[in-house]
Ligand binder design. Structure first.
Ligand code: TRP
Length: 353
């Protein structure tokens, strides 16, 4: 007798191709994805249509294929195994729009207008709330439900969007019959990484990020230029550890807690200089980044990433097509045209008098 292997549940998550990922993404989402990758069949969307909701100039669009490849390489360098992952480009799958279109009837404008996360996005991107941006969670629901994902690993800023997805799935199933699983949110623990400038959050647009693709000299330069404690004008002045990005990073990436604790007490006591702590941080970061660079190097070979994206996109297109067919069948949406077409066939040879 052969064992029947139950299919693994599906997980879907992804990013907009707006630029290189940084250390904040590594602790915030990539490490979580790497941890989960063997428990699920994994789909990673390169959400270039979502990018258009806030960034839609020809320049933004022109950069998106380099950025798309970069996202995949960042994920592979962090430890996502290509044989376990399906990466795909959202804009190459028109069925996602078709699915999103049907979902538009299942959510109210008022519900979307109430989402603080969307208002934050508009404010951060300095754009007005467009129709597309208001529909961001509906489009995301189409991503998630087009592959009928069971689990969606995301950070806090996306919880409300996936809540909308859950409502849409429930409402669709209740109105037309069971087609979709109601996906679960898998929260990524987000130890917030502050910027190299001490600002609240590491962010590409603030220019305070250490990118996963940065080389050793760039990392060293960024660390040596990091904000520490502005009141500390000499190494013998007691310093603040809290809110100090250098220690924030040591806590996030260091493994030798004894050494880190010792550096903290010496820093507080004014018996260690910024430079020494920063040198140690460079070492700690290199221990994380250098194996990642090796994987990046290996996967950068001859079109590997491009082939991965193309194969993944073709595969998901099939999935999305099957979902559209099933949705239409459940909704009875194919019936009308089929009936009219059959009737047209019967009257083919008649001409108007
Ligand atoms: N909204 C996600 C972000 O903040 C990107 C995204 C688009 C996504 N579609 C998704 C995440 C589907 C999870 C599932 O960039």
């Amino acid at each position: 007798m052969t064992d029947v292997i139950a299919p693994r549940p599906r997980m879907l998550t992804g990013d907009r191709p707006t630029g290189p990922l940084h250390l904040g993404h590594l602790v915030g989402s990539l490490q979580n994805r790497v941890r989960l990758q063997h428990d699920y069949e994994c789909f990673f969307i390169i959400a270039d249509l979502h990018m258009l909701t806030t960034k839609s100039t020809p320049e933004d669009i022109a950069r998106s294929d380099t950025n798309a490849r970069g996202l995949v390489l960042d994920a592979l360098s962090a430890g996502i195994e290509p044989e376990h992952a399906t990466f795909y480009l959202q804009s190459a799958i028109p069925e996602i729009h078709e699915i999103a279109g049907r979902f538009q009837s299942l959510v109210t404008v008022a519900r979307l207008e109430r989402l603080p996360a969307l208002k934050d996005m508009a404010r951060d991107a300095q754009v007005e709330m467009s129709f597309a941006l208001l529909g961001y969670p509906v489009l995301q629901s189409a991503d998630i439900l087009s592959v009928r994902a069971h689990a969606v690993p995301v950070g806090k800023d996306n919880f409300a969007f996936v809540e909308v997805t859950r409502e849409i799935a429930r409402r669709f199933n209740a109105r037309y019959g069971e087609v979709f699983p109601v996906p679960t949110i898998v929260p990524s623990e987000t130890p917030v990484l502050i910027g190299t400038d001490g600002k609240a959050k590491m962010s590409k647009s603030l220019g305070n990020a250490i990118n996963l693709a940065d080389g050793p000299s760039e990392v060293r330069k960024k660390v040596m230029g990091m904000y520490t404690d502005p009141n500390r004008i000499r190494p013998d002045v007691p310093g603040r550890v809290e809110g100090n990005p250098v220690f924030n990073y040591l806590d996030a990436f260091g493994t030798d807690t004894a050494t880190i604790d010792e550096l903290k007490s010496r820093y507080r006591a004014g018996s260690v200089g910024d430079v020494e702590v920063k040198r140690y941080l460079v070492e700690v970061l290199e221990a994380v980044l250098s194996p990642m660079r090796e994987r990046r190097e290996r996967f950068s070979e001859s079109g590997f990433v491009d082939r991965l994206i193309v194969e993944g996109t073709e595969r998901v297109r099939e999935e999305a097509l099957a979902t559209v067919r099933e949705m239409k069948k459940a909704m009875g949406l194919t019936g009308a045209f089929n009936r009219i077409r059959r009737s047209a066939g019967r009257h083919r040879d008649k001409v108007l008098q």
